[in-house]
Design a protein around this ligand. Structure first.
Ligand code: ATP
Ligand code: MG
Length: 209
């Protein structure tokens, strides 16, 4: 019945990995929607270390990306931020993120949240059997990308409100002195301005995904 807690229910922890350079409302809506549909107790946002997929592009300092993620999530009681990936030396691999979180939160079932583009990348990795044993994967729709779980039963697909926003576009807008108000949370707009992020010429779009 409503209000009666099942004492045997395991804690349900969503994991939202990303570069978050910067975090935007597409990330936040995706996490919020998965949390509601999958009855998650918490979603932990995990900013990557220097991402190997983006080794050739300029990525903001981990500390900037971490703090913007904290600012963006602070008002939601179910959203938290983890430093596991930015504190681990070397490039970030999802398998390490999930192993670390499993060790730190043995009480929790993990739900790894990815947009359609990142889902396709994960699916393409060959030796990922352990990955599937560590977490349930939730792929969410993203404008401009096809969402395909390739028929795996350990992958759920979820349509979320379409937010045609990318960090790449936000960075390009800042560099071209166009507004990012309402694409990213207000505090993130102010953080970007305070530290002059994304202003260097030549970084615009090149090699970004
Ligand atoms: P970049 O343009 O730098 O690649 P991004 O907008 O793709 O940035 P990421 O930090 O790369 O953001 O993405 C983190 C996760 O959030 C990925 O799983 C990605 O698919 C998902 N995601 C990002 N933007 C959206 C969006 N607008 N709708 C749904 N999912 C999204
Ligand atoms: Mg991306």
């Amino acid at each position: 019945a409503a209000g009666v807690k099942d004492p045997h229910r395991r804690f349900r922890l969503g994991v939202m990995g990303g570069t978050f350079d910067p975090i935007h409302h597409g990330h936040l809506v995706a996490a919020s929607e998965v949390a509601a549909v999958f009855e998650l107790d918490e979603v932990v946002f995990v900013p990557t270390g220097q991402p190997w997929q983006k080794a050739k592009t300029q990525v903001s300092l981990p500390e900037h990306r971490y703090l913007m993620t904290v600012i963006a999530t602070a008002s939601n009681p179910r959203f938290t931020v983890s430093r596991v990936d930015i504190d681990r030396p070397g490039p970030t691999f999802t398998i390490d993120t999930l192993r670390d979180l499993r060790r730190m939160r043995p009480d929790a079932d993990l739900f790894f949240i990815t947009g359609a583009d990142a889902m396709a990348q994960i699916m393409s990795w060959k030796d990922n059997d352990e990955l599937w044993s560590l977490a349930h994967f939730v792929g969410v729709t993203r404008p401009g990308h096809v969402l395909d779980g390739m028929g795996r039963s350990d992958v759920s697909l979820l349509e979320v409100p379409a937010m045609s926003i990318s960090s790449t576009d936000c960075r390009d807008r800042v560099q071209e002195q166009n507004p990012v108000w309402y694409l990213v949370p207000d505090g993130v707009v102010q953080y970007i301005a305070k530290y002059g992020l994304y202003l260097e010429p030549g970084r615009s779009g090149v090699g970004s995904s």
